[in-house]
Write a protein that binds this ligand. Structure first.
Ligand code: HEM
Length: 548
C-alpha cells in the first residue's frame, strides 16, 4: 500500500501548495483566471478542512509506515483489502518458502486483514514453539474449526485452557499411551493383514492404486481402537470422505476468515460445504454414541466412547464434558488417525520405487530380520532400523501437514526484538523447515542414512531438540498420536514390501527424465501426492497364498 500512498502524495502536496497560494484547491491554470483575493467565507472553511485532512493523512501515513517498518518483521507489501492473499497460489507452502528466501525466516504479511507471521527456520521456530510456547499455544478461530469442532468443544481446535488440558490428558492416557497402544496391537496386526489379503485377492495383472489400498487402513484401526468396532464398508466410506472434506475445509484459505465483512457472501462456497459436512458428521457420530449407550454391556471392553460417556456423567469433574464435547474428541481422533499414516506410506513407497538401492536395502533388511518364511509382526519393528530411517526421511521431506498454526490471542509479545500484537496468526512452514539447507546436508535428496548417523538419532518420540524436524509439531500442541502414527506407517510399509515385490507400470514413468511424478497437492491442512501411486505387485512370500 505504501507505493500507492507515495504515488498520490505529490497530488496532496501540490494541492496543498495551491491551497496555500490561492486559498483554494483548483488547478494553477484555473486560479490564474480567478480574481484575487475575493474569497467567500465558505471557501476559506473548505480550505482549512482540506488542509487539516491532508495534514492528518500525512501524519497517519508516517505513523503507519514507521510502525510497519520498525516493529514488525519484514515482509512483502500488502495490497489494500486482500493483503497478500493473492501471493499464496495453489501451493502456499512453496510460495511462502520462496518469499521467505527474500524476506527472511520470520516474515510478516497480511492475509486479508489478519496480521500473519510466517516461520521458515528451526531457530525461529524454537522461539515460538519453545521459548514463547505458552503464549502461542492457541489455535486460530477459523469458521471451519468452529463448525467442525462442535463450536470448539474438542481439543484439537479449541484454545489452550484447562478444558483443553483435561481432554488431551484423557485421550493420551486412555487411547494413545504406550500401554494402550500395546493393548491394541492385535487390531493393527489384523487390519494390516486385511490390507495384504485385499492385494493378494486383487487382479495382479493390473496396477494397484496404492492410495486406495491404504485408504481405509488408518480409519479401520482408529475406529476399532476408539469406537470399539469397525463400521460397514458403507459407513467407512462415509467416514473417509468426511475426513477428506474436513481436512480440505480446515486448511482452505477461506476469504471470510481474513476479510470478515465479505464472509456473508461465501464467495468460495466454503460455508455451504461446512454446513453440509457438519450434518454428516453429526449423523455419524451420534450413531456411534447412541450404539454405545444402547449396548450398556458391562462385559464388553471399554473403548474411548465409553470412557468419554462415563467422564461426561461425572459431575465432580472440574470441566463438564458435553455431548458435543464427546463428538468433538471422537472427530479429532478420526481426523488425526485416518489419513496421515497412509500418506506417509504412499510417499515412502514412491521413493523406494524410484530409488532401487533404497528398495533393495529395505527388502534385504526385512529378509535378514524377519526371514522369508513368515509375515512381519509389529514386534519386529524395533530391529528394522533402516525402515525406521526411511519413514523419518519421508516425514522430513513429505510431512502430511503443511503448516503448524498458532494464534496469539490475548496479549502482545516481544519475539526476537519484534513487538507482535495480539490477534496475530503464526504459520510455521513444516515443509520449508524439513528442507532447510542450514539444518540438513543435501536437504532436497532422499537419504534415509542421515537418520542412522549421530545427528539423526537425536530425533525421538519427544521430537527434535534442534527444531529441524517438526513433522509432528512441537511444544504443548504437538501431536499426541505420534507413536501410533509412526507405528502404523512403519508396520504398513514393512508388510507391503516384505510380502510383495513392486514395480512401476510404464505409463507412470515420465519418459523424458525417467522420473516418477513426485509433485504434491495442497489439500487444505494436508499435502498429498498429486498423482496417486499405482504399482504392480508380485508375491514375495509363499506363505501369503493362504490369505486367498
Ligand atoms: C504420521 C502420522 C501423523 C502426523 C504426521 C501427525 C501430525 C500432526 C501435526 C503436525 C499436528 C499439529 C501439531 C502442532 O501444532 O504442534 C498434529 C496434531 C494432532 N494430532 Fe497428529 N499426526 C499424525 C498422527 C496422528 C494420530 C494417529 C492421531 C490420533 C489418533 C493424531 C491426533 C492429533 C491431534 C488430536 C492433534 C491436535 C493436538 C492439539 O491441538 O492439542 N495424530 N498432528
Amino acid at each position: 500500500m505504501l507505493p500507492a500512498i507515495v504515488s498520490i502524495l505529490p497530488h496532496f502536496v501540490f494541492g496543498l501548495a495551491d491551497c496555500i497560494i490561492v486559498g483554494s484547491c483548483f488547478s494553477t491554470k484555473k486560479t490564474m483566471e480567478l480574481e484575487f483575493p475575493q474569497r467567500p467565507v465558505s471557501e476559506s472553511v473548505e480550505f482549512y478542512v482540506k488542509f487539516a485532512s491532508a495534514l492528518l493523512f500525512v501524519v497517519l501515513v508516517a505513523a503507519w509506515s514507521k510502525k510497519r517498518k520498525g516493529r514488525l518483521p519484514p515482509g512483502p507489501f500488502p495490497l489494500p483489502i486482500i493483503g497478500n492473499l493473492h501471493m499464496l497460489g495453489a501451493l502456499p507452502h512453496r510460495a511462502l518458502a520462496a518469499l521467505s528466501m527474500k524476506h527472511g525466516p520470520l516474515m510478516s504479511l497480511r492475509l486479508g486483514s489478519v496480521l500473519t507471521l510466517v516461520v521458515s527456520s528451526p531457530e525461529v521456530a524454537r522461539e515460538f514453539l519453545k521459548t514463547h510456547d505458552q503464549l502461542f499455544a492457541n489455535k486460530p478461530p477459523s469458521a471451519a474449526a468452529k463448525h467442525l469442532s462442535f463450536n470448539f468443544s474438542d481439543f484439537g481446535f479449541t484454545s489452550y485452557s484447562p478444558y483443553w488440558r483435561q481432554l488431551r490428558k484423557l485421550c493420551s492416557l486412555e487411547l494413545l499411551s504406550p500401554r494402550r497402544l500395546d493393548y491394541f496391537r492385535f487390531i493393527r496386526e489384523e487390519e494390516v493383514s486385511t490390507m495384504i489379503r485385499s492385494i493378494v485377492n486383487s487382479d495382479d495383472s493390473r496396477p494397484l492404486n496404492i492410495n486406495q489400498t491404504l485408504a481405509s487402513l488408518g480409519t479401520a484401526i482408529i475406529c476399532r481402537m476408539a469406537f470399539g468396532r469397525k463400521y460397514s464398508d458403507q459407513d467407512l466410506r462415509g467416514f473417509s470422505s468426511m475426513v477428506r472434506e474436513s481436512f480440505f475445509l480446515l486448511g482452505s484459505f477461506n476469504i471470510g476468515d481474513y476479510i470478515p465483512y465479505l464472509d456473508w457472501m461465501d464467495l468460495q462456497g466454503l460455508n455451504r460445504r461446512m454446513k453440509k459436512l457438519q450434518k454428516t458428521q453429526e449423523h455419524l457420530l451420534e450413531k456411534v454414541i447412541d450404539e454405545h449407550i444402547a449396548r450398556n454391556d458391562p462385559n464388553v471392553t471399554h473403548d474411548l466412547v465409553d470412557i468419554l460417556l462415563a467422564a461426561s456423567a461425572d459431575k465432580d469433574r472440574e470441566f463438564q464434558i458435553s455431548r458435543d464435547g464427546i463428538k468433538g474428541v471422537l472427530f479429532d481422533m478420526l481426523l488425526g488417525g485416518s489419513d496421515t499414516a497412509a500418506i506417509v506410506i504412499e510417499w515412502a513407497m514412491s521413493e523406494a520405487l524410484r530409488n532401487p538401492p533404497v528398495m533393495k536395502k529395505l527388502q534385504d533388511e526385512l529378509e535378514r530380520v524377519v526371514g522369508l518364511g513368515r509375515m512381519v509382526c509389529e514386534s519386529d519393528l524395533p530391529r528394522l532400523v533402516y525402515l525406521q530411517a526411511v519413514v523419518k526421511e519421508t516425514l522430513r521431506l513429505y510431512a502430511p501437514g503443511s503448516f503448524l498454526t498458532r494464534y496469539l490471542s490475548a496479549q502482545s509479545c516481544n519475539v526476537l526484538g519484534y513487538e507482535i500484537p495480539h490477534n496475530t496468526l503464526v504459520l510455521v512452514n513444516i515443509w520449508a523447515i524439513g528442507r532447510n539447507p542450514m539444518s540438513w546436508q543435501d536437504a532436497g535428496n532422499f537419504r534415509p542414512e542421515r537418520f542412522m548417523e549421530k545427528v539423526g538419532s537425536e530425533i525421538d518420540a519427544n521430537g527434535d531438540q534442534n527444531f529441524g524436524f517438526v513433522s509432528f509439531g512441537a511444544g504443548r500442541r504437538r501431536c499426541p498420536g505420534q507413536q501410533l502414527g509412526t507405528l502404523v506407517a512403519e508396520f504398513g510399509l514393512a508388510q507391503l514390501l516384505h510380502c510383495f515385490n513392486w514395480r512401476l507400470p510404464l505409463d507412470d514413468i515420465n519418459r523424458e527424465n525417467e522420473e516418477l511424478d513426485m509433485t504434491e497437492m495442497f489439500c487444505g491442512i494436508l499435502l498429498r501426492k498429486a498423482r496417486e501411486l499405482s504399482a504392480i505387485s508380485t508375491p514375495r512370500l509363499e506363505c501369503i497364498a493362504h490369505l486367498k
